[in-house]
Design a protein around this ligand. Sequence first.
Ligand code: TXE
Length: 482
Amino acid sequence: MNTHYGNFIDGQWIRSDDINRNINPSDTNDVIGEYARASASQADQAVQAARNAFPRWSHTTPAARHDILARAGTEIFARREELGRLLSREEGKTLPEGIGEVTRAAQVFTFMAGEALRIGGERLSGLQEGSDAEVTREPLGVVGIISPWNFPIAIPAWKIAAALAYGNCIVFKPAELVPGCAWALVSILERAGLPPGVLNLVMGSGRTIGALLTTHRDVDAISFTGSVPTGRGIAAACVGGETMKRMQLEMGGKNPLVVLDDASLDVAVECAINGGFYSTGQRCTSSSRLIVTDAIYDRFIAAVMRRLDTLQVGHALESSTDIGPVVDERQLETDLSYIDVGRNEGATLRWGGDTLSRKTPGYFLQPALFTDVRPDMRIAREEIFGPVVAVLRVKGYDEALAVANDTEFGLSAGICTTSLKYATDFKRNAQAGIVKVNQSTSGLDYHLPFGGRKGSSYGPREQGHYAAEFYTIVKTAYSSAG
Ligand code: TXE
């Protein structure tokens, strides 16, 4: 008998006969639990509950909001090994990666607890004699949070913690593949003392429950992370219905890592391995394009392949594993089809690319390294979202920058160089929301703004103090002595 996990609506855990079996991608015989799928009418109840809870929650003291968020952060941190294990079991990243992600979620709650206290405004002089002006920030109302599978606790954490810190109520719809971390997070926030209705969990399909949130008249804003096509559809729904919703969309990436002749080889190889292949390449900030200049090219490729020889692909919970499985069968098929596309386009598959058998049935894929990739090939242009990396050879820095920017995306961009001149120029001219010098394109700090440009993102940044730009609305008040 598998454990049943319900939805959370207006402070009640609600069971359902319609269930989603949560399967471990490292061992498809392992069922983590049965998670209730919400119906459309339950999602509607969740929105109403959030709407009803909003007047009181938005007027709670900052201290009360701080204490709830801080208690949640403390519990997440104390349970990081157990929750990290759950995360690795349902998503497939390695146990150290899973524990690291849970630790990050705890840090986000602790930081955002402080934001509840730090939220302030400005006082200015008005233009009329005796007139004062105040600019303050108020919560938006009900926020729909729609999250992807690749960071099952960190992404919900940075959206939920920010929404709550600034006084909003939430209906949260996690990705179908990772309900376990979502359920655990909501149950922690319930225990931390959130009043009923402030945070509601509706697990279920994007096309029904997610779409309902994006068109619902009582949802004021949507924060979404996921794929580009879904993001585009959500954007149209948010402005095309009865209400014009505020939205924040974090979507794909095709992030370049430029390696110049003067780079430290060790640093460049570690950046490429970490950014390209860790977390099974399933990060929106992954370095899926390595853009390498002529003189270092052969040494760099040889060194990357030597490192790939040392990496173990296997069960996410085994201590010897460096790279866990692909998240599910559909994503594995996508990865394999792009490996075929790369071969058919004339790129050279220099390393890996085959599926692997392990003791348990799972979606194990060798990392794939393609060389002789041209900028116009699909494997250089489209987000694959797997451990498949394209290497593009260029003559020098100017060509490297042009190739790096030749993409519809603009999330993260990295350069490995010891030249101050090129590092400075790259920071100025890379068309990306995040630029890294001698660091992996992945791996971000929770107190700094996160988001991209071009086709990668739409709307204000997430994380840090910048989260206030999305989760609050500005009010300008004028007053004179009566
Ligand atoms: O994303 P989706 P999925 C990319 C990556 C991956 C692909 C599919 O390329 O292969 O997306 O992943 C909900 N209205 N990224 O299927 O479909 C859905 O239920 C409202 C990149 O997870 O975009 C889930 O909760 N919501 C990305 C969320 O949207 C809808 C991270 C994301 O689902 C909806 C993850 C609808 N019509 C995947 N349809 C990154 N770059 O960070 C679906 N959803």
